[in-house]
Design a binder for this molecule. Structure first.
Ligand code: AMP
Length: 542
């Protein structure tokens, strides 16, 4: 028996209509300009989205053609987020921090027809454009479009000129909810980046999870600070969810350094924010050096890599802000799990839950697979690789079924850990980062967390390095806080008691800056490279 329910498609156009209609006057997008802010209501964003869609049609964008963005987080990027999928085309967010050859590779692979570029990124983009073989139009946002020296066959337009005089309404087509809406390439540390193609349906359902109380808890009236770039897994779903629910968006544009970020936070009063741990490390240091009022924030969502428990405590104890630890991947839209303690946990008991990667929601089914391929129990002990599937989890890459990564509808995450009977996920490592010492596993994440709990340590990265006796031993690379000192012996002593004796690292190195990936995570591949090249000054404690 079939249901009697209407099955109108779940689409981005619905989100656009909801945000720009009922929430049109009350919600706004704020773009930081360095010394102040530009503001547009969601009603204005809705009108601009219609104008942009007309302008793109005028540039020949039809069907599911790809429209790339090479942009910071700002109002115009939000407009493109809404306009491009709603008109039936596919938004492709280009990661401005990928290696140049990777950016042109993904633009060619996705067959981008048009690219929208922030004028502040033109010097970088200008070098990449000659290698982008399918791009016919570049739309420059702000500044002078004539500053771009385009190869023949590519037309350059100014965003404001292109939108001027366009109708402020668009007859958004009714689309199949399973059709492509947006795409984002994984950062691809070894092989070429792989394209994840989100559907209208997956984005719509994911937005609901962002708005659920036990999801990211985004609600009407919130002011969400999207520090996480709009080219990193769709800014973790915040822009679409904000339009769904009527939350305002605070966009830092290119002002992502700790000082301007904190200035923006003090001026624009976010109620929640989302970013990777390394960003918060800088923000907390800036607040230490130069205190500002950030009491408007009640929660920050931290994910993308393991959040050091010491950071969670600092947020809670010093600023009364709750950290919601989240795990996800570009392939999972990205919300996988969120660490919200069960209602029964109170006081100190909440911490083991908060420090975990949290619970998978109903829509993200998970299982743990052991070395022998067997399915492991959720007993809080058995460690295996996490596999997931669900309506906002990818089942293939663009043009590549990748049987290594996807099998029987499950996504191999490459993340290793255990699940408790209550469903809390504890990740111990990336499969490729685990350290095997004398036949026993050492969690690099656990060691990093413990070292980062030392008051003199700003950042700590742990990798496995070859060792004659144990085959592999951990090497700790430490960045000290400004003006602080600690030596290897003291740090090792600090770990005694919280780390098993045989796991205590004897290899240490002090670095001035931790190498980071294009989305701001610790880049262990580069640290390994530095070590292999003999570029690290390694202290061997005996
Ligand atoms: P990306 O697709 O670039 O965002 O990378 C996804 C990967 O980031 C995951 O497979 C994890 O290895 C890592 N990751 C994301 N969130 C967390 C977290 N909360 N704790 C540990 N690792 C994480």
């Amino acid at each position: 028996m079939l249901s009697t329910m209407n099955d109108g498609p779940l689409s981005i156009a619905r989100l656009l209509r909801q945000g720009s209609g009922p929430h049109g006057a009350s919600a706004e997008v704020v773009t930081w300009t360095g010394d102040g802010a530009r503001r547009s209501t969601y009603a204005e964003v809705g009108r601009d989205a219609a104008r942009l869609a007309h302008a793109l049609r005028g540039l020949g964008v039809t069907g599911d053609q790809r429209v790339g963005t090479f942009m910071w987080n700002n109002a115009e990027h939000l407009t493109a987020y809404l306009a491009v999928p709603s008109m039936g085309a596919v938004l492709h967010t280009l990661n401005i921090r990928l290696f140049p050859e990777q950016v042109s590779y993904v633009a060619n692979h996705a067959e981008d027809h048009v690219v929208l570029v922030d004028h502040t990124l033109l010097p970088l983009f200008g070098k990449l454009l000659p290698e982008m073989k399918t791009v016919r139009h570049v739309v420059v946002v702000g500044g002078d479009p004539a500053a771009l020296d385009a190869p023949s066959g590519v037309e350059v337009h100014g965003y404001a000129d292109l939108l001027a005089g366009q109708p402020d309404e668009f007859d958004w087509p009714e689309l199949d909810e399973r059709s492509a809406a947006a795409m984002c390439y994984t950062s691809g540390t070894t092989a070429n980046p792989k394209g994840v193609v989100y559907s209208h349906r997956s984005i719509y359902l994911h937005s609901m999870q962002v708005c659920m109380t036990d999801g990211m808890g985004l609600r009407q009236g919130d002011r969400g600070l999207a520090v996480v770039p709009m080219f990193h897994a769709m800014s973790w779903g915040l822009p679409y969810a904000a339009f769904m629910i009527g939350a305002s968006m605070l966009m830092p544009d290119r002002f992502l350094q700790p000082e301007p970020l904190v200035t923006m936070m003090a001026a624009e009063r976010p109620t929640m924010a989302a970013a990777v741990p390394t960003i918060w490390q800088g923000v907390l240091a800036e607040l230490d050096a130069n205190p500002r009022d950030i009491s408007s924030m009640h929660e920050v969502v931290i994910g993308g890599s393991a959040c050091p428990p010491a950071m969670m405590r600092t947020f809670q104890e010093r600023y009364g802000i709750t950290v919601v630890h989240a795990w996800g991947m570009t392939e999972t839209s990205p919300l996988g799990s969120l660490a919200r303690p069960p209602a029964s946990a109170t006081g100190e008991d909440v911490w083991p839950y908060r420090e975990s990667q949290g619970r998978l929601p109903a829509s993200v089914e998970g299982r743990l697979v052991g070395d022998d391929g067997g399915i492991l129990p959720w007993d809080g002990r058995s460690v295996g690789e996490l596999e997931v599937r669900g309506p906002w989890v990818a089942k293939a890459y663009c043009g590549d079924d990748d049987p290594e990564k996807f099998h029987d509808g499950w996504l191999r995450t490459g993340d290793v850990g255990y699940l408790t009977p209550e469903g809390f996920l504890h990740l111990t490592d990336r499969a490729k980062d685990v350290i095997k010492s004398g036949g026993e596993w050492i969690s690099s994440v656990e060691l990093e967390n413990q070292v980062m709990a030392h008051p003199a340590v700003a950042e700590a990265m742990v990798i496995g390095v070859p060792d004659e006796k144990w085959s592999e031993r951990p090497l700790v690379a430490v960045v000290l806080r400004e003006g602080q000192s600690a030596d290897a012996a003291e740090l090792r002593e600090f770990l005694t008691g919280s780390v098993a004796g045989w796991q205590l690292p004897e290899y240490w190195t002090f670095i001035t800056e931790a190498p980071k990936t294009s989305v701001g995570k610790f880049d262990k591949k580069r640290l390994r490279q530095h070590h292999a090249e003999g570029a690290l000054d390694v202290i061997h404690l005996t």
